[in-house]
Structure formats: structure tokens, C-alpha cells
Design a binder for this molecule. Structure first.
Ligand code: GAL
Length: 387
């Protein structure tokens, strides 16, 4: 009897953990893409499509055990294919964030990328990894991980080298979504991979994210020019940026709006007068994660006070782009007919610094032929203590 019970328990545990696959629509050129859903033993669920290796939904419990979908997105592939998609949930490559004027030099040769975010190249160019159909390694049905693969041919978007990329998503029973990136190339190239999920820990489409409380484990950030290209400086978050001497806000600026070393509401300082915030129309900057790159360490924590949902971000990457949905303006209609207005979602994109190929002082984004690129990021969900 006991053995039978144990067998049933074991079976139900395994069957719960299986990856399910369902159609997610056809691309405009007629290719069928799928939605893969994984569930862990505490009921957390993540759905990923092989269009763009994109996280479509992520259901996590609040302090009462009530689940909500905490990422913005679309109900089918046509949403993700449309021009209106601001990279919701996607895997970004070959180079996440901006490269100044779309230009860089590698091994003495100059490369010109598409200027898709004038005057710069953004998120891999005209057709980035987010708009490609990835191959899924199937057959691993009793698991809580999903591996996707994409071969980016030599010259695609003008980047050199055949780049073989894989992204593995693992849903652990500790309510973590772990993302592991690996890549190899046959010619020297540049690489910077990230995931562009937009989070709202209260629930997607349910208001703005300004009352979310953010901690960034970063003493420095990379200030930008008005086209959002880093100036090259690593600036202490404790050093006030340029403020008019007579500004009534001067005292408040003793702590800069970029100082999230102690928890602070995203909205507390986002509208302060600050040249950097003006350039980004709010937060849209790269922070330098404390500690050693290459080691998995904490980069960020976000708490949504009403639900108590907490998200910790850990990464091996040197930087993290905190973007607070400044370009969302209510024109995008997403999952379940929800309208995504200004700052309805925020991103925490783990990455190498933007425009690194043009900044020799930044950690290198060069991937040498036949070397392996690896990076890991974990989004860990829990309920905040004391909330
Ligand atoms: C972010 C980037 C923003 C904006 C956004 C997509 O990663 O930093 O400037 O381009 O993606 O709308």
C-alpha cells in the first residue's frame, strides 16, 4: 500500500513537471511556432515560445498563495511579430542594448550595423534574435527545463561569424527561473545576450510599477549621452549628477536618483530634475553590479508591497539595465486585452555594458573563434518578509 502511494505520488510529481506544448500561431511567413509551459511542484508556471525564445507568461504566488501573471506580453505570435512589440520577454542578441552609430571595429575591420534606433543600433539590429524562430530540444518531457537553439549565420545583421547560441530555461522547485546562455562562433565576433521581460509583480496590466520597491546591488552606473550611449565613465551612484545650483531639489540630490543601495520605490525619484533621467525619460541605465563578474551574485531585489511578491535577480554578468517602461504609452494591447500604459512594467536586463565594443575600458564583449560564451541569470520569486 505504502509503495503504491509512493508510486502515485512520484508519478503525479513527475507528470506535474512535464513540459506541455501547444500551438502559438503561425508567423507571417507561415511557420508554426509553439508555446511550452513548465510548472514546478509549488504551482509556479512559466510559458515560453520558440519565437524569439520569449517568456510569454510567468505565474507566481503572492503572500496569500494567490497566483498572478507578472510579465507583460501577447496572446499569440502575431503580437510578438508586430512593430509595436517593445521586446516583451524576448531573448535579445546578438548584441543587447545599443552600439553607437551601429559601428565597431574588430580585428582591424569595421562593421556597420542597422541603425534601427537612430542614431544607434539597438538590440541586435533590424531583425534581432527576438524575431527569429528558435529550435527546441525536445524529448525531455519529465523535466522542468527547456533548451532553445539558434544558429545566427555569418553576416546576419552584419555581425561576423556563425554564432551558435543556446538558451536554457530551468524552473526550480525553489520558485526560480534560471536562464543559462551558451554560444560559440567560428570567427571572432561580439556578443551580449539578455532577456527583456517586463515585470509587474502586482500582475500584468494592473497599473504602473512606481510603488515597487527596488534595491540594486551596485555602487556605480554608466552615465549616458542624450542618445543613451555610455560616456565611458563609471560614476558612483552616491555622487550627485549635474543639478542647477539653486534647485529647490538640491538637498534631495545629496542622494542621487541612481542610488538604490537601500530599497527605494521606483517612483520616488524618477521624476526628479536630473540630466541623466532626462536623457532616459526616466530610468534607462546600466548599473555596474558589485562583486566579481563570472560569479553568480545578487544584482537586484524588487518588492511589490501590496501583494508581498518579491523578485531577486542574480547574475554572472557585469551589468544590469534597469528600464522602467518609459516608452510604454498605452498604444500596445497585450495579454487578455490589457492595455500597457506609461511605466506599466520594468525590465532588469542582465548584460555586458551597452556599447562595449567602442569602450576598451569596459569588460570585453568580444567572443573569440572556438571559445565558449557562458552566462547565467536567475529570477527568484518569494514573499517579502515584513510585508
Ligand atoms: C531597453 C532599452 C530602452 C528601450 C527598451 C525597448 O532595453 O534600454 O532604451 O529601447 O529596451 O523599448
Amino acid at each position: 500500500m505504502k509503495t503504491l502511494l509512493a508510486a502515485i505520488l512520484l508519478f503525479s510529481t513527475f507528470s506535474m513537471a512535464a513540459v506541455t506544448k501547444e500551438p502559438f500561431g503561425k508567423t507571417s511567413d507561415g511557420r508554426q511556432v509553439y508555446l511550452y509551459t513548465m510548472k514546478n511542484n509549488s504551482g509556479m508556471e512559466v510559458a515560453i515560445t520558440n519565437f524569439g525564445a520569449t517568456i510569454v507568461s510567468l505565474k507566481v504566488p503572492d503572500r496569500q498563495g494567490k497566483f498572478a501573471d507578472v510579465v507583460l506580453g501577447f496572446d499569440n505570435v502575431s503580437g510578438y511579430e508586430s512593430k509595436a512589440d517593445p521586446y516583451f520577454g524576448a531573448t535579445i542578441g546578438r548584441y543587447a542594448n545599443r552600439i553607437a552609430k551601429g559601428r565597431f571595429t574588430l580585428d582591424g575591420r569595421q562593421y556597420q550595423l542597422a541603425i534601427n534606433n537612430p542614431p544607434n543600433s539597438l538590440h541586435g539590429g533590424a531583425i534581432g534574435f527576438d524575431k527569429r524562430v528558435w529550435t527546441v530540444e525536445e524529448g525531455d518531457s519529465n523535466s522542468q527545463h527547456l533548451s532553445l537553439h539558434y544558429l545566427s549565420p555569418d553576416g546576419e545583421e552584419n555581425y561576423p561569424g556563425n554564432l551558435s547560441v543556446s538558451v536554457t530555461f530551468t524552473l526550480t522547485d525553489a520558485n526560480e527561473l534560471k536562464i543559462e546562455y551558451a554560444a560559440t562562433t567560428d570567427r571572432d565576433t561580439v556578443i551580449n545576450l539578455t532577456n527583456h521581460s517586463y515585470f509587474n509583480l502586482y500582475g500584468q496590466g494592473e497599473g504602473d510599477i512606481l510603488s515597487h520597491v527596488l534595491t540594486l546591488f551596485a555602487d556605480k552606473f554608466t552615465p549616458v549621452d542624450l542618445t543613451l550611449i555610455p560616456t565611458g565613465e563609471l560614476r558612483s551612484v552616491g555622487t550627485p549628477t549635474r543639478i542647477p545650483a539653486k534647485s529647490p531639489d538640491a538637498a534631495a540630490h545629496a542622494i542621487t536618483p541612481f542610488d538604490f543601495r537601500r530599497p527605494a520605490a521606483i517612483g520616488a525619484r524618477v521624476n526628479d530634475y536630473d540630466e541623466q533621467l532626462k536623457f532616459g525619460r526616466g530610468y534607462d541605465h546600466n548599473w555596474v553590479v558589485n562583486g566579481n563578474m563570472g560569479e553568480l551574485r545578487q544584482a537586484a531585489r524588487v518588492v511589490e508591497p501590496r501583494s508581498g511578491r518579491q523578485m531577486d535577480v542574480l547574475t554572472t554578468e557585469p551589468g544590469i539595465q534597469f528600464y522602467c517602461g518609459n516608452f510604454l504609452d498605452g498604444t500596445v494591447k497585450g495579454k487578455g486585452g490589457k492595455v500597457y500604459k506609461h511605466r506599466y512594467g520594468f525590465s532588469l536586463e542582465t548584460q555586458h555594458f551597452p556599447d562595449s565594443p567602442n569602450h576598451p575600458s569596459f569588460p570585453t564583449t568580444e567572443l573569440k573563434a572556438r571559445r565558449q560564451f557562458r552566462s547565467t541569470t536567475v529570477y527568484r520569486f518569494s514573499v517579502a518578509k515584513g510585508h
